[in-house]
Design a protein around this ligand. Structure first.
Ligand code: ZN
Ligand code: ZN
Length: 143
């Protein structure tokens, strides 16, 4: 399953003319294998033993390349660091207030919210983000 997604992602890189370096391959593999929406720092820490010469900046640069060709989505949260999501299908997030974990869930896209917002505000709406917050199952069971 994730092997298949990795192969597809590598094909997308090739089609976009992006060179597949061993580091890019590893960053992509890690992202696809983890459903945890990691930060660049977490990816760096996970791969640091494998690539001692790689810096956090390199990880960031690779993530930016992936984002530009639509392989990952960047989720920004104010001043804390961005999280990266390789699930680019329409979905929403549930976020744990305690441990910060982000879990994907699917819900019919809230298109009517976008069109209402356009009517009310006069904005040309390009996208939206919806998140629910609470305590995840794991944190709940640690009481
Ligand atoms: Zn939690
Ligand atoms: Zn997600």
């Amino acid at each position: 399953m994730s092997d298949h997604r990795l192969r597809e992602a590598l094909d997308t890189l090739k089609e976009s003319g992006v060179r597949i370096t061993p580091q890019r391959h590893a960053v992509l593999e890690f992202l696809i294998g983890s459903m945890s929406h990691p930060t660049a720092d977490e990816i760096y820490k996970a791969l640091e033993n494998k690539f001692p010469n790689m810096s956090v900046a390199t990880v960031y640069n690779n993530l930016r390349v992936f984002r530009e060709i639509g392989l990952v989505r960047e989720l920004t949260y104010g001043d804390s660091s961005s999280r990266f999501d390789c699930n680019t299908t329409e979905h929403y997030h549930a976020i744990c207030d305690k441990c910060g974990k982000i879990v994907d869930f699917h819900y019919p896209s809230l298109d009517e919210v976008e069109s209402l917002a356009e009517q009310v505000t006069g904005f040309e709406v390009s996208n939206h983000r919806m998140e629910v917050y609470g305590i995840c199952e794991e944190c709940k069971s640690q009481h």
